[in-house]
Structure formats: structure tokens, C-alpha cells
Design a protein around this ligand. Structure first.
Ligand SMILES: *Cc1c(COP(=O)(O)O)cnc(C)c1O
Length: 414
């Protein structure tokens, strides 16, 4: 419908706001939530166990431990690897703060290496350069000598936007320099690498079920591993370091008996969250297929433009398309002007991510400076994530495509 204004200019009625992401929670999930509420067992219990079993089956991981968030899973993974104040952990600066915060929570030193300009994932060559420049070989492994001597114990590989890191190259470095590989698969539920589920390629994988992610439990996460002793330690630490979990504690004969073997955390999932998770997991492939199909529409629409850099797909990876990040390479329109122009057209967007080495805490604590990771910095200057979620309609995608063309072709003036 078109409205005629007094100046007889044609003005379209404002389209409703299109957010950057909306979760898809269906009637199955809602029925299951009610069933949990009526069952009287709200915290970790039978549904959490079912969700863990289903997640093991889906990913092919030997072990799965459901947690309150991906942040919790990452923290547990590092603690289960016994990472502490004598250690260093390397990761990408182009990630959400949680990835590096958990290194700090272990008392360990944060090292960053720059990213690949095409995939935005850790660049294995840059990882090796950081190790060669900042670490020395010792009998215990490679030791970072900046300020204090700390042994490089782990690399956290972030599968940015849902595309697997170059895992063969990273695994070769892990072998050569004797560190563990932890996967931050927050974006990558449903993603694969050479046919294998991400999150099962290193010592531990950590998934997020936050509402914007590929599937949701409200808040929640999952730690996967092939190592049963690592998983057992993570589970113990997720429940206060108490030797028997709550479910067993209230259902065995000696209900009161327990021991505390370590000062653990309160990081378990609840059955309310798992009720969502069980049904969301059944729909995950369908969600990822829809994301991939919308991303293909964007690729087709934007692929020929020289003022927009679309995501690169590594042929080894099956991309879960959690995000659709583009770089604004226009001479006339800056990234921030582009975001404002989208907003004026009632279209949401987001920026992933502010490089962590430019944030105040990481600058002040570890002495990082602008210029340290130029590829991440250059990507950040121009990057923006367009709306992408499974419930997005073809019409909504077309609205985004038209708006992008209008903004870049016409400049930013209204
Ligand atoms: C969302 C996110 C996390 C944290 O997930 P939570 O479940 O919210 O704790 C970690 N890493 C990355 C890359 C993320 O995007």
C-alpha cells in the first residue's frame, strides 16, 4: 500500500522492525517446558541427561556435559585441563569477550594471534609466529617469557560465524608445540569440518545455546570431548566439586552422603533449559539449512559488488552460517553510516567483534596496543553482520538485499 503525501510524493508505510536475530521456539518446546514445570524436577535431571545423550549422538562426541552457558563450558574445559597461574593460553582477538575472560579466570596469561583476512579465524601461520617470537622451548613445553615464565598449555580455536578453523594446521601446531586444542564452537552447532562435527576435533568443544545462537535453551551450553577423564572432571567442577550430582544425591538410599574434592563452580544446566534443548536439537539441521539458504541468497545478491566483501567459504568446512558478516568497502559509505542507514530503514544489524586487544581491560592487564593485530583491526573497521535467522522470510531477506543496494548505490543521504 502506498500513501500519498501533500506534496504528492509517494512514501511507503514504515516496514516493521526486522531484528538482527530472533530465536525459533516452537510448540513442542513449549509443551516440554510445561511438562518439566509439572514434573516437580526443575534442575539438572532426566531431561538434561537426555539432552546430553542426544548431543553426543548428534556430534559423535564420546562425552557431553550440559552447562549453564558456553562461557561456563570454556572455563570448565580450561580448568579440567589443569590450566592455572603458571600457564598461558592463546586465542583469537576477534571473538566475544568470554573466550579470553575464562583464561583470566584461571589466572593464566592471555596470548593473541592475528586472524586470516578471509575466514576471520585464527591464522595458523600467525599462531606459529607468536609462539616462535614470544615463547622458548623448555623441558615442560613452550614457555612464554614475557614478564613471567608461563607455559603455553592451550589454544582456543574460535569457529567464527559458524565456519570451522583450519583444524589440520592447528592440530599440527598442537603436536609440534605440545598444547591442547579447545574449540569455541559457540557459533558452530551444526557445523562440520571434513565431515566431522566441530567441537569434536580438539581436546574439548564448547557450544552456546544463547537465544541468538544456532539453537537455544534460553541460556545454556555444552562441553564435548573424546576424553572421558576430562569430561568427568568438568562435570565434577560444574557441580561444586561435589562427588555425586544432584540427581543421584536425592534418589539414592544414602541421600545425605557427599564429599567435596575441589572448590568447584555452579555451572550445571537445568531441566527447564534441557527441555528446550532436546527439541531444538531435533530442529538444528533444519535451522542450519535455512540459514545456509538465506546466506546463499545474500551471496547471489552481493557477490558481484566491489563495495561489499561477502563471507569466504572454506571448501573443507560445512558452514553453519550463524552470522552473515560483510565488509563495507565503499569509498562513500562508512560502516557506521551503513548501520545507521539500515536502522533508518527499520533493519537491525550487529558488529562481531570489537577486537579484544583494543578493549580497556586487555590493554591495561596485558599491555596490548593498537597495531598488534592489524588484520583483526582492519576487519573490525569495516565489518557488519546482516540479519540472519531461521524464521526470516524470503521477503525479509529481499528487504535487506534492496536496502543494502539502495544504501551503497545512493550514498547515505536520505
Ligand atoms: C556467545 C559466545 C560465547 C558465550 O556464550 P554464552 O553461552 O553466552 O556464555 C562464547 N564465545 C563466542 C564466540 C560467542 O559468540
Amino acid at each position: 500500500m502506498l500513501l500519498t503525501t501533500t506534496s504528492s510524493r509517494l512514501v511507503k508505510p514504515a516496514a516493521p522492525f526486522l531484528p538482527f536475530s530472533i530465536p525459533s521456539v516452537g510448540s513442542e518446546e513449549i509443551r516440554e517446558l510445561i511438562a518439566v514445570a509439572e514434573s516437580g524436577w526443575l534442575t539438572a535431571g532426566p531431561r538434561t541427561q537426555r539432552f546430553e545423550e542426544a548431543f553426543r549422538e548428534y556430534t559423535g562426541a564420546a562425552e557431553a556435559v550440559a552447562t549453564s552457558s558456553c562461557t561456563a563450558a570454556l572455563h570448565l574445559a580450561l580448568r579440567a585441563l589443569h590450566i592455572g597461574p603458571d600457564d598461558a593460553v592463546l586465542t583469537s582477538p576477534f571473538t566475544f569477550s568470554a573466550t579470553a575472560n575464562v583464561i583470566v579466570h584461571c589466572g593464566a596469561q592471555v596470548l593473541f594471534a592475528d586472524i586470516c583476512p578471509k575466514t576471520y579465524n585464527l591464522d595458523p601461520g600467525a599462531v606459529e609466529r607468536v609462539i616462535r617470537e614470544q615463547c622458548r622451548p623448555s623441558r615442560q613445553g613452550w614457555v612464554a617469557t614475557l614478564r613471567a615464565r608461563r607455559r603455553l598449555r592451550a589454544v582456543i580455536a574460535v569457529h567464527y560465524a559458524g565456519q570451522s578453523c583450519a583444524m589440520e594446521e592447528l592440530a599440527a601446531l598442537a603436536e609440534r608445540y605440545q598444547f591442547s586444542l579447545v574449540e569455541d564452537a559457540a557459533h558452530a552447532a551444526g557445523a562440520r569440518y571434513r565431515g566431522r562435527s566441530v567441537g569434536t576435533l580438539g581436546q574439548a568443544g564448547c557450544f552456546s545455546f544463547y537465544p541468538t545462537k544456532n539453537m537455544t535453551t534460553g541460556e545454556g551450553g555444552m562441553l564435548t570431548s573424546h576424553d572421558s577423564s576430562l569430561a568427568a572432571r568438568a562435570r565434577l567442577l560444574s557441580q561444586h566439586g561435589i562427588t555425586r550430582d544432584g540427581w543421584q544425591r536425592y534418589s539414592t538410599e544414602q541421600a545425605w552422603e557427599y564429599d567435596v574434592v575441589e572448590a568447584g563452580f555452579k555451572y550445571n544446566m537445568t531441566d527447564l533449559a534441557a527441555a528446550l534443548g532436546v527439541h531444538q536439537l531435533l530442529r538444528l539441521n533444519e535451522f542450519v539449512d535455512r540459514r545456509r539458504s538465506l546466506a546463499s541468497s545474500y551471496d547471489r545478491a552481493f557477490g558481484g559488488r566491489s563495495d561489499l566483501i561477502i563471507p569466504y567459504e572454506d571448501p573443507r568446512a560445512f558452514h553453519s552460517r550463524h552470522l552473515y558478516p560483510v565488509q563495507i568497502a565503499s569509498k562513500r559509505v562508512s560502516r557506521d553510516q551503513f548501520i545507521q542507514a539500515l536502522r533508518r530503514r527499520n533493519i537491525g544489524s550487529s558488529v562481531h567483534f570489537v577486537p579484544l586487544h583494543l578493549t580497556r581491560f586487555y590493554r591495561e592487564r596485558f599491555g596490548f596496543r593498537r597495531g598488534d593485530f592489524p588484520v583483526a583491526e582492519q576487519a573490525f573497521e569495516r565489518i557488519v553482520s546482516l540479519p540472519l535467522f531461521p524464521a526470516m522470510s524470503d521477503d525479509e531477506a529481499a528487504r535487506v538485499i534492496d536496502a543494502v543496494a539502495e544504501i551503497l548505490d545512493g550514498g547515505v543521504s536520505p
